[in-house]
Design a protein around this ligand. Structure first.
Ligand code: CO
Length: 273
């Protein structure tokens, strides 16, 4: 574990969280989202996520202070949170990850957006993403992803690598002795998809397969039609460690796969009883 010092560069898009500017209404929205998800997630989210959430002491009653979260993360896995205004350019995002800095949106959604939001807010970014950064293997995976992102940019392969982020970091499922569990942030921060992804018969659930993931498009406007299931975070880390350069070349020559379509060789995973 290497605790990096805070890296600042000219165009890093980092701002102050502006904690004092949150209103009581903002904190109340956090509290409601937090309560709803923390009632729903036991038995649905993986143990690593639940442990991370507890370890952070991300408390239910207030939007967390990024400084306080960073202090805990720092001594656990060497990560910190930096505040950003929202989505930032790809290269800037990857550079932050490669330096173990997680860019988190500072603002919180409005009451009308409790169930659906087009872009990440502080609830998605902090409740969804930060707990797993307490896990040493996942923490290393995300840093490796950041480095890989810079490389993919230079190789013109970003759309392929983006699918890996989508189907793991955002919408990943994991197999456990007690059945499937959620680890993807896009799911753990969503009331309806937290149940849909585990309980509905419609979507495909496939074993983790790097090449299959890189070929598969995804939707940003509705529940996922395909989920990929890892056996463990070690599997994820090890499978993504090799140089992707030859893989990018191979996948670029293959047809893309529609997220609603199974192909031959797919290993479908049944929902646990
Ligand atoms: Co996200």
């Amino acid at each position: 574990m290497t605790a990096e010092p805070l890296h600042r560069t000219d165009n890093d898009h980092v701002i102050e969280q502006g904690y004092a500017a949150y209103t009581e209404a903002d904190h109340a929205i956090w509290q409601d989202l937090f309560m709803r998800q923390s009632n729903l997630l036991p038995g649905r989210a993986c143990a690593e996520f639940m442990e991370g959430l507890q370890g952070l002491g991300v408390v239910a009653d207030k939007i967390p202070d990024f400084e306080a979260l960073s202090a805990i993360l720092m001594r656990t896995t060497g990560w910190r949170i930096v505040a950003v205004p929202g989505l930032i350019p790809d290269d800037v995002f990857f550079r932050h990850l490669s330096e173990r800095q997680f860019p988190a949106t500072y603002w919180i959604r409005r009451r009308e957006q409790m169930d659906y939001l087009q872009e990440p807010d502080v609830f998605h970014d902090v409740f969804g993403h930060v707990p797993l950064l307490m896990n040493p293997i996942f923490a290393d995976y995300l840093q490796a992803y950041g480095r890989g992102g810079l490389k993919a940019l230079s190789l013109g392969a970003l759309p392929l690598l983006a699918r890996l982020y989508w189907y793991t970091v955002e919408f990943g499922l994991i197999k456990t002795g007690n059945g499937l569990r959620i680890y993807g942030s896009g799911i753990v921060s969503s009331f309806s998809e937290s149940r849909y992804c585990l309980e509905n018969n419609t979507p495909l659930r496939l074993g983790f397969d790097l090449e299959r993931i890189m070929r598969t498009r995804y939707r940003i406007d509705d529940f996922q039609e395909t989920y990929f299931v890892i056996d463990s975070f070690d599997q994820l880390f090890d499978a993504t460690a090799p140089d992707f350069t030859p893989l990018y070349e191979r996948v670029a020559a293959l047809t893309e796969i529609n997220p609603s379509a199974a192909i031959s060789n797919d290993s479908l995973i049944a929902i646990s009883p």
